[in-house]
Design a protein around this ligand. Structure first.
Ligand SMILES: [Zn+2]
Length: 128
């Protein structure tokens, strides 16, 4: 079966992924915010902060807790990185629900669309 991708500003994204996310997202929970770092869990003896820390229990032999260690997030829809450093990340703000981030263009163009199918119909697509 061929897969259909929609051309978004930030890249080509599978149409079914967009549909699922837009249907799942509770738009009233999101507000536009400047991105900010959150604590992260760094794997010991590496520089890799592999997990966001939201108060979960973790193995202190395996991880160090680093305040502001989580340096960027990815848009839930298009995966674009959102971070604080303007020289490194194109997106420095986004819509946030207390956990997940959605980039400004995905939220405003797709999540807030009155009718997502009509919106998707109007966008350029690629089949692979
Ligand atoms: Zn996005």
């Amino acid at each position: 079966m061929r897969t259909i991708f929609v051309k978004l500003k930030t890249g080509n994204i599978e149409i079914n992924h967009i549909r699922e996310m837009v249907n799942e997202i509770e738009r009233e929970n999101y507000t536009l915010k400047k991105w900010f770092p959150r604590p992260g869990l760094k794997e010991k003896n590496t520089e890799l902060v592999s997990r966001l820390y939201i108060g979960q229990s973790y193995d202190k032999n395996q991880f160090d807790l680093v305040e502001d260690g989580w340096t960027h997030d990815h848009c839930e829809i298009c995966f674009e990185a959102i971070g604080e450093d303007e020289s490194e990340y194109l997106e420095n703000e986004g819509y946030f629900d207390g956990y997940d981030w959605i980039c400004k263009s995905c939220f405003e163009e797709l999540v807030l669309a009155d009718n997502i199918e009509m919106k998707l119909n109007g966008l350029e697509k690629i089949e692979e």
